[in-house]
Design a protein around this ligand. Structure first.
Ligand SMILES: [Zn+2]
Length: 235
């Protein structure tokens, strides 16, 4: 609306009454679950979303959808009785909105095993119609991802998009260190809902979420089951 005022050449004067309060910190926790790998259980592919949300709406889009497909990925693997060579772990980060607090705490607590993180994924930019993957890896890693998404032609989710600035939200702390990817989806209307009262359950569509889950689960499983280690170099 303001943009339209401005485009018409109108002078905009705004008075903003902000009544935010900052409360003392309290305890909150990341939620973690995993399906152990059968050959290299110490090697881990991580899928994630964040479990906290903004104070208006219910956080269905940001980030209920991302948290849901990550949790559901493990559920699907269990139901299909699929055990990959490596462990697939789901983490639902807490405290993302206030500054990636959960992931920083996790990074500190899991320092000893970061070398074993094969691939890290987070969906935090919508779970609309899935299109493929956005990624931050080296060239060889990008080629592997490009091959993997060719498997999703039946749902038209065969695109890959490199993002050198990092992908996801929480997982950007590992950009350039651990290969990462997020869900590329038709999220052009994301900011209609993001951090607003409109972020309610009706933003999510169950068939679309199923397709997002299918892509998310399959990518995690395929990478966790590769015969070679996913390349860690960023050249
Ligand atoms: Zn978010």
């Amino acid at each position: 609306m303001l943009q339209r005022y401005q485009d018409r050449g109108e002078k905009i004067i705004m008075q903003v009454n902000i009544q935010t309060k900052e409360y003392p910190n309290t305890v909150s926790r990341n939620v973690v679950a995993e399906v152990k790998g059968k050959e290299k259980p110490e090697k881990t592919v991580l899928v994630s979303g964040h479990i906290d949300s903004w104070d208006v709406g219910v956080g269905a889009l940001d980030d209920g959808g991302g948290a849901f497909i990550s949790w559901n990925a493990l559920s699907v693997l269990r139901k299909l009785n699929l055990e990959a060579k490596r462990t697939v772990r789901a983490v639902l980060w807490t405290g993302e909105e206030l500054g990636l607090i959960g992931v920083h705490a996790y990074n500190k607590a899991h320092k000893h095993e970061l070398d074993n993180f094969t691939f890290v994924m987070e969906s935090d930019e919508g779970t609309f119609t899935p299109l493929g993957l956005e990624y931050n890896t080296g060239t060889k890693g990008g080629c592997i991802l490009k091959e993997i998404v060719q498997l999703f032609s039946s749902i038209n989710a065969t695109q890959v998009k490199y993002n050198g600035n990092g992908v996801g939200s929480d997982i950007t702390i590992w950009s350039g260190k651990i290969p990462t990817a997020s869900l590329l989806n038709a999220n052009q209307n994301y900011f209609w809902y993001h951090h607003s009262k409109a972020d309610t359950m009706d933003v999510l569509d169950s068939d679309t979420l199923d397709r997002c889950t299918a892509l998310w689960t399959s990518v995690a499983y395929i990478i966790a089951d590769l015969s070679e280690e996913f390349p860690r170099d960023f050249n």
